[in-house]
Design a protein around this ligand. Structure first.
Ligand code: SF4
Ligand code: SF4
Length: 80
């Protein structure tokens, strides 16, 4: 699971991560249930859910392929 949500911290009635996730990966449709990571395999690790959660209830677990990446970002950005 790439995205973890702390069930004890998730606020009643909050839908911020559901609203902001650009990939429709997190859902908070029912008030009495915590936010649900419905499509973790489609997450692209942008971190918006972590950044926007008001109680720091969301954590991102980066895959080894990302943690061990040694490719310089300059290759993608070109000579700007
Ligand atoms: S933003 Fe945080 S508190 Fe709000 S629903 Fe998502 S995990 Fe819960
Ligand atoms: S890291 Fe980005 S894409 Fe992945 S669940 Fe969070 S907001 Fe959505």
């Amino acid at each position: 699971m790439s995205i973890l949500i702390d069930e004890k911290s998730c606020l009643d009635g909050c839908t911020i991560c559901d609203f902001f996730c650009p990939g429709d990966i997190i859902y908070r449709e029912e008030k009495d249930k915590v936010a649900e990571v419905r499509y973790p395999e489609e997450c692209w690790y942008c971190g918006i859910c972590v950044d926007r959660c008001p109680v720091d209830a969301v954590s991102v677990i980066f895959p080894d392929s990302m943690k061990n990446c040694t490719t310089s970002p300059e290759i993608y950005m070109g000579n700007i």
